[in-house]
Design a protein around this ligand. Structure first.
Ligand SMILES: NC(=O)c1ccc[n+]([C@@H]2O[C@H](COP(=O)([O-])OP(=O)(O)OC[C@H]3O[C@@H](n4cnc5c(N)ncnc54)[C@H](O)[C@@H]3O)[C@@H](O)[C@H]2O)c1
Length: 697
């Protein structure tokens, strides 16, 4: 049973016991219900305390159960809360550490609530595209007032118990405790043992004058912020019901909204990503208890675009950093940019001046490799050139202490080759950050053929410490993300040749939800980066067909925002992309040279050609074992490439379309003589799953 039962004199204590966060899965619910029955049947018991064992009161429902018969099997959360309310002996929730979602709703069903100071209180359902579904939207406004409750429900953000307890007129907590919350709750339960009638949150009135005006204001604000997600606005509808309807009728409204949201693609996508994020940190052959190497001080080589951002991640986490460059002026320039970045945060009020000083105080600089001797990990971020990498790694091999981890931030080079420059390839790993490295969430952790398991485990843990989403990738050209983006870019090029404009393609993709279409993205990242890679890649693989438009653009020196012109024109100092006559002429001339008559390409075709290009390559990457699972590919695209969250990532999007339909579309694209039939040959994994009606997940 996932709940423990004990008696302390005349008080029964039921402790949820389902590590790590006492999720309210079926077995835990049964355990609580049985504890309650036992306490009610025992004449020696006068009152009941409900609490959580270990590190949480309760983190809420078990979302793995959602959609399965287990989630509604009796006792479900609603009937459990009803049983607590109906208890003939007083119930006291002893809340500590974390009380979220269903956990908080359970506490709201008790007659009294005693909370430890510092407990995190939240109804975070909106983050998985839902509203609270076990009375949260009806009970929280009754104890905290409409505005505080709505803020918590719409944002899903946790608030500390003692802050909530300070709200004038609040009825959420009867007591805030600094010491042992269960001891206090037991004493409190004894105090209330004979008090009748017992208070119920459902009987409280929600009083809110001017409710309509307030909810209208809330709808305007929330609607503007939550454009692709239905749940936030629905939170308002549910809370509004608490002000207008009787409790039981409000509960019906909540239930209807909850059930309707459960089947939306947006909620499914968010739940998929919630699980995907947790799955990504697991590595099949690396046990969770693998001993980690100690990382107290790190080194970064190269103070360029990436080096500075990478260093900031570690400084932010309180880790000592030493930065190495070839020349003092490069070092000065790099450090200057880092300081400016921090100063901008101070100006915006996002960082305190003393924090800036503290962080910069953790940084030292050097021109000598000797100064790296006491570091536990080094991240190389020098020029993307195998010769330079060779020289750097040979030197590192000589100077770094035994057991130090040697990481490369290379985007495209063969990590196994880099490892081979050292006599300790087991200590070499890829840490592929994304630009700007201090902002982007994604860290591709590249596992070389010889990378030791403890090195991998250490870097995954370190990545978490610097607040990155880590996804493991095997060694392949471009790793997971960039190998896929190459196919996306190739399709984007074909679309231009066939008749689309950069604006049309970007608009279609942005409407689909991408943070930026492929051409605006190219202008931001620098079109020369891809040009350089294509020169290397397509010289090695001359049979690969691709559109030369991007090369022609670079030949015009139009590298993007940094040169003031790319696929679009830019006014100096501004980032607004303006359609360019030069580019239109260039594309039209190229089309004429190829003898192509432009056709109008529907937006849906644009979206599907670009997204399915990602999906097909993603399927190959999963099949080859480069990515551990399809959901890892989704995490890469959500956290590193601006793929819309409400689509759940490219692989999840393909699942929602049905893999059979994806393959059918690919067949249509392959029949287009201007496209590349070979391009659209379904990846083996896709070809296997589609006819069986299966999905990637
Ligand atoms: N720019 C990106 O968007 C991006 C994204 C991910 C990964 N990367 C990778 O990160 C690495 C660095 O890229 P970047 O964009 O920061 O380049 P950059 O040119 O901005 O910076 C490279 C820095 O390394 C220094 N350097 C070169 N050789 C050195 C050596 N032998 N010893 C010490 N310092 C040396 C240079 O002086 C320069 O300051 C490359 O491997 C690149 O592929 C770049």
């Amino acid at each position: 049973m996932s709940a423990k039962y004990e008696t302390r004199g005349d008080v029964a204590v039921i402790s949820l016991d389902n590590p790590p966060v006492n999720g309210l899965g079926y077995v835990t619910r049964v355990g609580i219900a049985e504890g309650l029955d036992k306490a009610l049947a025992d004449p020696a018991v006068k009152a009941i305390v409900v609490t959580g064992a270990g590190k949480a009161f309760s983190g809420g429902a078990d979302i793995r159960e959602f959609g399965s018969p287990k989630s509604t099997a009796e006792p479900n959360l609603l009937s459990l809360i009803a049983a607590l309310e109906a208890s003939t002996k007083p119930t006291v929730a002893a809340v500590h550490s974390v009380a979220m979602g269903g956990g908080l709703e359970l506490a709201l069903g008790c007659h009294y609530r005693v909370a430890a100071a510092g407990a995190q209180i939240a109804l975070p359902e909106v983050k998985i595209g839902l509203i609270p579904g076990a009375g949260g939207t009806q009970r929280l406004p009754r104890v905290l007032g409409v505005e505080t409750a709505l803020n918590m429900i719409v944002s899903g953000e946790p608030v500390k118990s003692e802050l909530l307890a300070k709200q004038p007129g609040q009825k959420l907590f009867d007591k805030i405790v600094e010491g042992d919350v269960v001891d206090t709750a037991v004493a409190y339960a004894r105090e209330k043992a004979d008090v009748r009638p017992m208070p119920l949150v459902r009987n409280l009135k929600v009083e809110y004058p001017n409710a309509d005006a307030y909810f209208q204001f809330a709808r305007n604000t929330v609607g503007a912020m939550s454009r692709n997600f239905p749940a936030p606005l629905k939170c308002i509808d549910a809370v509004a019901a608490s002000t207008k309807l009787k409790f039981d009728d409000g509960m019906k409204v909540e239930r209807e909204i909850f059930m309707a949201l459960m089947v939306t693609p947006e909620s499914k996508a968010l739940r998929h990503l919630f699980m995907a994020e947790r799955a990504a940190s697991k590595i099949a052959d690396v046990p969770a208890d693998t001993p980690l190497r100690n990382i107290n001080k790190i080194a970064v080589i190269g103070a360029g675009t990436m080096g500075g951002g990478i260093a900031m991640n570690f400084l932010n986490a309180g880790i000592l950093v030493v930065m190495l460059e070839m020349k003092q002026d490069a070092l000065d320039k790099g450090i200057g940019i880092m300081r400016k970045n921090y100063e901008a945060q101070v100006k915006k009020g996002k960082l305190k001046q003393d924090k800036l000083d503290e962080r910069m105080g953790l940084l030292s600089t050097t021109l000598k490799y000797d100064d790296l001797k006491d570091t536990d990990l080094v991240i190389e971020a020098v020029f993307e050139d195998m010769g330079v990498k060779e020289q750097v790694f040979k030197t590192l091999d000589e100077v770094m202490k035994p057991g130090a981890i040697l990481a490369s931030n290379t985007s495209t080079l063969d990590l196994d080759k880099i490892a081979s420059f050292t006599k300790r390839p087991e200590d070499v790993i890829g840490m592929h950050f994304f630009s700007p490295a201090n902002v982007m969430k994604l860290l591709e952790v590249v596992r070389g053929k010889k990378t030791a398991k403890d090195v991998l485990a250490t870097v995954m843990a370190l990545g978490k410490k610097i607040k990155k989403t880590c996804v493991v990738s095997g060694v392949t050209d471009g790793f997971i993300g960039n190998r896929m983006i190459e196919q996306y870019s190739r399709q984007a090029g074909f679309l231009l040749e066939e008749g689309a404009t950069p604006e049309q393609v970007d608009k279609a993709m942005e409407k689909f939800g991408m943070a930026m279409g492929p051409f605006r993205m190219g202008d931001l990242a620098g079109n020369d980066v891809g040009w350089y890679i294509r020169k290397r890649r397509y010289v090695e693989k001359p049979d690969i067909r691709y559109s030369k438009t991007a090369d022609l653009l670079c030949e015009l020196g139009r590298f993007g925002q940094k040169t003031g012109a790319g696929w679009y024109d830019y006014v100096p100092g501004k980032r607004d992309a303006m359609p360019s006559k030069v580019v239109t002429d260039m594309i039209e001339k190229h089309r004429a040279d190829l003898g192509i008559t432009a056709r109008k390409i529907p937006d849906e075709e644009i979206v599907h050609r670009l997204v399915y290009a990602l999906v097909n390559e993603g399927a190959k990457i999963v099949d080859e074992g480069i990515a551990q699972r399809a959901s890892d590919v989704d995490m890469v695209y959500i956290t590193g490439y601006g793929f819309p969250m409400h689509r759940g990532g490219p692989m999840n999007y393909a699942d929602t379309q049905g893999l059979f339909n994806v393959v059918q579309a690919m067949k249509r694209f392959a029949a287009n003589p201007l496209d590349d039939a070979g391009f659209w040959k379904p990846a083996p994994l896709l070809a296997r799953l589609a006819p069986e009606g299966k999905s990637f997940s």
